[in-house]
Every structure is written in structure tokens, then in C-alpha cells.
Write a protein that binds this ligand. Structure first.
Ligand code: MG
Length: 248
């Protein structure tokens, strides 16, 4: 069942998602060669605490980190730890915050130092795919319109869309209905209605779409070792245009 948010619930979603965007951007600005992923995780803890929130990821199904940090061939769900970020890495930071009973969720992938042209293209295409999906979050469209728009942008660029992980409805719970695959048919699926809040999050690989989970039971990596990027916004379905909630 897709939960429709009331106007006051939408206000609560606006608040927590604005906070989440702020933390995302502050963490993204810290990414540089020489910093460890745990330093980013610890900074996230402090930033979220100062805003009065808590990590929505920490403890979720036992996840041990404050945020997810995923480097290069890591797709999503990397656990902050000893890994040192190097020049030429791309670093995905996924941030989730609980505040006022609602959850914000957003991700960005940024360059550490100087990255090669293929990685530059990957970041540009994944962000463009997110924007194309978000643009379809309008009343009267169907869920498949979002999925199809994302897939079209990614595949036109010669990259592939991850199948195993998908976007999701979000609100009081991090993962509400509906699931939002980053591939699908336009004109199919549930109709989008006012009050729906959706986390749209393309995960895009330079190589093939296949991913596997490492022995830490969390970190998902590409099977072919190619680099992967991840961008995510939480949006409210709008009457004439989508309302992106994860803007700072
Ligand atoms: Mg998400």
C-alpha cells in the first residue's frame, strides 16, 4: 500500500529531507584523497547529532555505519571503515536521517582529486538519469514513467542499470511501497498521486549490470569490477512539477 502523506506530514518530510541534504553536501565537501571512510562516518554522526536527528541507517537490519560510503566498484551499502580514499576514486555517500518521526534519504557520488574521463561521464550520466526520473514524479504519470526515463538515459550513454537495488516510497518508514526500479516500461505501474513521497535512486555501472554482496554481508560491488555511481533524491509527487525535498 502506498502511503499518502497529509499536508502536515509533507511538512515533516520537508524538514527532515532538507536536513539530510545539508549533511550530504557537507560530507561530499569533505571527500579528498587521504581521508578514510570512517572519518566521513564519524563526521556524519556529529553533523546529524547537531541537527537533532539520528542516522536512519545505523542499526537498520543491523547496518553498522552512520552512512553508506561506497568507492569505485562498490555500488551501495559500503560500511565506513579503514579504507583510505585515493586520488582518482569516485565516492558515493548515502545519507539517511530520522527526525520528527519521518525519514530523509539522499545520495551523491563525488570525485576525489582528479578522475578519468570515463568516471566523469559516469557521474554526469547518473545525475542526468536521476534528473530525468525525478522530472516524471508528477500527478497523472505512472511509476513506470520514472523507471523508463532513468533506464533510457543510462543505456543511451552505453552504461547499465543495477537491477537488484531499487528506489522506494519513504515516509515514517525508510522503505515503503512502491519499489521504484531503475528500469521499466513507460505507462505502466501505479498512477502517481499527490501526497506520495518517493526516494528515486539510480545506481549505474560503467560495465555490466551484475552485482554481488561481499562477505561483510553489506557492501555490494560490480561483478566485473567496473566503477559504479549512485545519486538519490527524495521527492514529493507534484501537480505540475515534482518537489525535490532533498535540496539544502
Ligand atoms: Mg534510498
Amino acid at each position: 500500500m502506498i502511503v499518502i502523506k497529509s499536508p502536515s506530514e509533507l511538512d515533516a518530510m520537508r524538514r527532515v529531507n532538507r536536513m539530510t541534504a545539508q549533511v550530504r553536501d557537507e560530507l561530499a565537501a569533505m571527500v579528498r584523497p587521504g581521508i578514510t571512510t570512517l572519518e566521513l562516518g564519524n563526521a556524519a554522526f556529529e553533523l546529524i547529532r547537531k541537527l537533532g536527528g539520528t542516522s536512519a541507517f545505523y542499526g537498520y537490519h543491523g547496518f553498522p555505519g552512520q552512512i553508506c560510503v561506497s568507492i569505485n566498484e562498490e555500488v551501495v551499502h559500503g560500511i565506513p571503515g579503514k579504507r583510505v580514499i585515493k586520488d582518482g576514486d569516485i565516492v558515493s555517500i548515502d545519507t539517511g536521517i530520522t527526525f520528527g518521526g519521518f525519514i530523509g534519504d539522499t545520495a551523491i557520488t563525488v570525485a576525489a582529486g582528479e578522475i578519468d574521463d570515463e568516471k566523469k561521464k559516469l557521474l554526469k550520466v547518473t545525475k542526468a538519469a536521476l534528473d530525468a526520473g525525478v522530472a516524471k514524479a508528477v500527478v497523472g504519470n505512472r511509476l513506470g514513467d520514472i523507471s523508463h526515463a532513468i533506464q533510457t538515459v543510462v543505456e543511451a550513454a552505453g552504461f547499465s542499470v543495477v537491477r537488484e537495488f531499487v528506489g522506494h516510497g519513504i515516509g515514517r518508514d525508510m522503505h515503503e511501497d512502491p519499489q521504484i526500479p531503475n528500469f521499466g516500461k513507460a505507462g505502466h505501474g501505479p498512477k502517481l498521486k499527490p501526497g506520495m513521497t518517493l526516494a528515486i535512486e539510480p545506481m549505474v555501472n560503467i560495465g555490466g549490470p551484475k552485482v554481488k554482496v561481499l562477505s561483510d554481508n553489506w557492501t555490494a560491488v560490480t561483478c566485473d569490477g567496473s566503477a559504479s555511481a549512485h545519486f538519490e533524491h527524495t521527492v514529493a509527487v507534484g501537480v505540475t512539477a515534482p518537489e525535490i525535498l532533498t535540496l539544502p
